[in-house]
Structure formats: structure tokens, C-alpha cells
Design a protein around this ligand. Structure first.
Ligand code: TK8
Length: 339
């Protein structure tokens, strides 16, 4: 009887201690943020995620921890977006182009030749138009923090140097999973094939596709030069990345925690754009030394490409809404007049 009593007491004490212990543990257990991305760790995307992670840990005094998971190990953009919506993953960064199925207004950034330079892109993305588009995500279970630079996109392929639009005829070209990209390249005569980025290198290597389009940085960091011969400088569209948070998870954070994330995201935006632009400036020379044959699309041909693509603008304007489209055009006109 005595032994039994002792056992019961001991068990009760252990249980109590257990409860107290775990409550305490919860207090000091850092919040874990799984932050997924598609590119290699050694890329502008990987470097910026790392910088963000360090910033968050520092600013939160170690109470928030970011686990950076690159190379699409958590799945391609579209899969991660769903994981964020469902609350199974906390954060990601990816192309706005792959978000169009969730938030149609994101298609604004798919407009060919929308921005003439990075300065215009920064002004529009960080201004009221960019914010308006970003805010649309909230209804869909996502919170957008900042835009990063993916960059102006350029063409690579194994078939031939592209010196005029007609050279795209019949080229099997991988495009992002996005209707504007699909239609744009079909309009130019290419055999456009949508594929997730995570499948692209293998698709190029096995010749499932002949070519693709991405900024210089990505062509370099994803080693596309190993499986692509020709690079044509087209700058046909400026492509942003967007840093996303699961709204389900975000809503459970304190105001202080949200501020830590937003501040770090803003700091990472400055870091990422500087780093990307610096790398892009030397990437072309590096791609040449890696054996790529590079040509610039002559201005007259760029103009023809632009002309051909104006047809997709009407489709984009309808999709994003005339008001948003007009506001963007007005903003750009104002920027260009220097006012
Ligand atoms: C990375 C992609 C990539 C994009 C693409 O996940 O798919 O071509 O440019 O950056 O979002």
C-alpha cells in the first residue's frame, strides 16, 4: 500500500513537473519559419534569403528562427504557395508570374516591356500600384511583404542565335506556368511549353525543350550555360520575385513579431536588388567565358517584338482590371516625364 501511494504521488509530481516543464519550454522555444525558394543556395535568391534569416534571428533575439530551404526542396513555386495558404509552410519567395492563378492582378507584372529600366520597376513595385496588387493576396490566404528583383529576362536555346522574331519559329521553349507567357511566345512562333522551374535543367539537358528565358543571374546560378549554347539579349519583360507569408500563420503572430519580419524583408529587398544588379553586371562576361554565344537583339527587331506583343496587353488589361492598368500607365508616364 505504501509503495503504491508513493508511486501515485511520484507519478502526480512527474505529471505536474511535465506540465510546468513544457509550458516553460514553449515560452523559450523559438518560432520556426520554414522559408522555401526555388533557386540554388549559391544564387542571388539564396543569398538574400540567408541575409533575411540572419536579420530575423538578430532582431528577435533568437526567438524567431528561419530555416532556409532552397533548390525547390519544398516543391516548385505553385506547390509552396498552396502550402502557405494551408498553413503547412510559413514563408517563401518566388515569381509573381506563378501566382496569377491565385491572384489575377499579378499578371500586371507579366506585361512585355512594361518597364524600361530597373528604376521604373522599383518605383512602381514599391509604390501604390505595387502595394495594391500585393494587398489582393490577403483574400487568398497570403501576405506579400516585399518585391525582390528577379530581373529582365533573356532568351537562351540550343538551336540558333535569335536575331529576329522569326528565328523563334518551332523552338521548343520552356515558359513559366502562366497564360501571358504562354500566349506571348506562341504569338512569336515558338512552341511554348509550361514547366515548373525545378524541372527546367533536366528538360534542357534531355532536350525535352530547346530553350528557356530567364535573367542573366539565373542562367549563371542554375548552370544553364552547361546545356544551352545561344543567349540572346532581349530584355522582353521585367520579372519580380515576391516574398510571401502564410496568412494563417501571420495572423497568429504578435505585432512585434510581424514588425521583425517586415523590417527584415525591407532590408533584404535593398540587399537583394543591390546584389542582383551587381551580379547581372558581370554575369554576361562570365557566361561568355563559359562558352555561350551571345548576341543582342537589334533595336529594330526589339521594336517588332514589342509590336507583336501589344496584343497580349489587351488581355492583361482585361484580367487585372482597366482601373489598375490605367493607373500603372499614368504612373509610368509621370515617371518618364520626370515629375
Ligand atoms: C524560381 C522561379 C524562377 C523563374 C522561372 O522558383 O520559373 O523561370 O524565373 O525564378 O520563380
Amino acid at each position: 500500500m505504501k509503495t503504491l501511494r508513493r508511486t501515485v504521488l511520484a507519478t502526480a509530481a512527474a505529471l505536474m513537473l511535465g506540465t510546468v516543464g513544457s509550458a516553460f519550454a514553449q515560452d523559450i522555444k523559438p518560432r520556426l519559419i520554414r522559408f522555401g525558394y526555388g533557386l540554388a543556395e549559391q544564387s542571388n535568391q539564396g543569398r538574400a534569403v540567408k541575409m533575411f534569416a540572419e536579420q530575423v534571428e538578430k532582431a528577435s533575439g533568437g526567438k524567431m528562427r528561419v530555416r532556409a530551404i532552397g533548390a525547390a526542396a519544398l516543391g516548385p513555386d505553385t506547390q509552396m504557395q498552396q502550402a502557405l495558404i494551408g498553413g503547412a509552410q510559413e514563408m517563401m519567395v518566388g515569381s509573381t508570374a506563378t501566382l496569377v492563378g491565385i491572384t489575377k492582378e499579378m499578371a500586371l507584372w507579366d506585361t512585355p516591356f512594361l518597364f524600361n529600366n530597373a528604376k521604373e520597376a522599383d518605383a512602381v513595385l514599391d509604390g501604390p500600384v505595387g502595394q495594391k496588387v500585393m494587398d489582393k493576396l490577403q483574400d487568398k490566404g497570403l501576405v506579400g511583404l516585399v518585391y525582390w528583383e528577379n530581373g529582365f529576362r533573356n532568351l537562351t536555346n540550343t538551336k540558333r542565335p535569335v536575331t529576329r522574331v522569326e528565328d523563334l519559329e518551332g523552338i521548343k521553349l520552356r515558359v513559366m506556368q502562366n497564360p501571358v507567357y504562354l500566349d506571348s511566345f506562341k504569338l512569336m512562333g515558338a512552341n511554348a511549353i509550361p514547366l515548373p522551374f525545378s524541372e527546367l535543367f533536366t528538360a534542357l539537358e534531355t532536350k525535352t525543350v530547346d530553350g528557356q528565358e530567364n535573367p542573366f543571374n539565373t542562367i549563371l546560378s542554375s548552370k544553364f550555360f552547361e546545356v544551352q549554347k545561344y543567349l540572346t539579349v532581349t530584355n522582353h519583360v521585367y520579372s519580380p520575385w515576391i516574398v510571401l507569408v502564410s496568412k494563417k500563420w501571420w495572423d497568429g503572430l504578435s505585432k512585434d513579431e510581424q514588425k521583425v519580419l517586415l523590417d527584415a524583408a525591407r532590408a533584404s529587398r535593398e540587399f537583394e536588388r543591390r546584389d542582383t544588379r551587381e551580379e547581372a553586371g558581370r554575369a554576361l562576361a562570365e557566361l561568355k567565358t563559359k562558352g555561350m554565344q551571345i548576341n543582342e537583339l537589334p533595336p529594330a527587331e526589339v521594336a517588332r517584338m514589342r509590336d507583336k506583343l501589344t496584343r497580349v496587353n489587351a488581355m492583361i488589361a482585361t484580367n487585372v482590371g482597366m482601373e489598375l492598368w490605367q493607373e500603372t500607365q499614368t504612373t509610368l508616364t509621370r515617371l518618364r516625364s520626370g515629375k
